[in-house]
Design a protein around this ligand. Sequence first.
Ligand code: C2E
Ligand code: CA
Ligand code: CA
Length: 569
Amino acid sequence: MNNNDYEHRFSNLLSSFILDMEKIPSDITHPSINEASADMCRFLRISHLEATLIQPPDLKRKEPIINKAVYFSEGEFSNSVPFTVTRETPGGTAIYNVYPAEDAEPWNDWELEKINVFIVTLFIFNGRARSMALCSHLTFYDPDFAVYNITFYIIKLRELFRDNKADSYICCRFNLKKFSLINITFGREQGTKIMEKFALGLMAVSGEDCCLCRLGGDNFLHLFHVDKSEAVKKYLMGTSVESGKPNEPYADISARFSFYHIAGDCITPTEIIDKATNAYNIMRKSGNDPYIIYDKSVAKQIEDQRIVEENFLKAIEKEEFIVYYQPKVELRKYSLIGAEALCRWKHDGKLIPPNMFIPILEQSSNICTLDFYMLDHVCRDIRRWLDNGLEAVRVSVNISRIHLGIQNLPERIINTIKKYNVPHELIEIELTETTSDVDFDELKKIVAELHNAGINTSIDDFGVGYSSLNLIRDLPWNTLKIDKSFLPSENDPYNSQKITMLKHVISMAQSLGLECLVEGVETTAHVAILKENDCYQAQGFCFDKPLPVEDFEKRLKEKSFKKSINAEE
Ligand code: C2E
Ligand code: CA
Ligand code: CA
């Protein structure tokens, strides 16, 4: 073969090699590379061609990773010294060993030059394959461990729709319970490994077609065939994972989760994820249930939530929220000593009770807007009463604990009161108990500042949450509002245990110098129990339900409940 023919043949082979390589998926060990290389290797008198990629150790790996691929092998393996082409890349070193056939003439310079060109071409393709693999990893996988990310999860959902299979699958949103404790016990690095083991175990019980996606931290989305529901539920409810720590070899991991069985009427991936996530949020806010299954009633709650959130700001603007006043009564003289301001929403001609919207508003800072609206309207009413010569009583306003994070809360409260020039002693702020230490410090500051400004404060719903004696003892509260759950119910008119507890709570409050009011006083029997236990402040249906302002103003004029109580007795 003369030079020209040789060149010509070589360029033809190189072109078809490139065309073949273009068709091969991005995988440097793909067997088709061997076929694509064969003709060229024969032409260049190569009997064996192997490539080694050495990825050096890094922060995650202590050992280098060595990947080997044999691209061509024909005849006896040659013992001769290979021609080696080495390339350094950012991802490591690539070494190509090219062996001549045994007993063959050594390659001349021309041939060596062509071999070089061929190997460099192969190297470029391999580099491209590696970067594409890396790209797909970065695009579709979680950075910490081998589960998918949201991009891939959405692709997977689209595929299910395309194949008309979506309605056989469950979309599940979950969060690992108290995972910070695992991090504290085993260390962060080991914590991540434990999380990975838990995730891999979950995939193992969820079927081959599952798709587990990490949203970040200990939040995940999962997708699996409905047949696997029970297995997944059981796994998420609690599983022991090897911890790698000799004296504490297992970590118990459990999750709180929602299941949404994907409906057949074609909806988008985002809608599916939203449904599972909204259901998850409803469960999280409404108690300690470990899981929630999306059904009609959950759908209704989500819809209610959407309506509240969408209409809230407009409703504030249109003053659709109305202050109702529930009287507080002194039990010796049955006189009116105060009132609690309670919110009602007049929307589309209906009066919506607070339990339908307060818990929803408490999920965002909207509740703060409402509480300040209420305080503002209460001050406005008190100002009017004073201006009209009515003898006003102290009105308590509920301030949600969500406010604890707000800066200058006492200052904002004081400024609102100042705006209407209302005497401070006519306002009381009701706050619920709190559990965390951070809240505690914040609460302490707020109560102290309000106290210094002459504004009364009360602990609302005492006995419902976790009561902390420190919380009561260390802060200058004025009143303890004892929850109605301490009162015996109609079915259980003389519950001695409840009454004993009530007695102790009342005497504890009094010994700490607090005033004591019992809520939910519904019957004269309740009134009698309070009086027997030296508690003389009550609020409840026995006297009045929360009243519209006009009705409350009548109470302000009358001042006494004696008539109504006597009539009942
Ligand atoms: P709360 O602060 O414990 O208010 C007392 C609730 O008990 C009121 O329910 C009242 O109507 C009810 N109640 C009063 N007397 C009796 C009784 O004798 N028997 C029974 N079974 N219930 C009685 P309401 O008005 O439905 O308010 C429910 C909750 O909504 C309130 O509980 C409070 O936590 C919240 N809320 C109401 N208005 C506001 C507000 O403006 N801001 C904030 N943050 N929360 C509010
Ligand atoms: Ca209250
Ligand atoms: Ca209460």
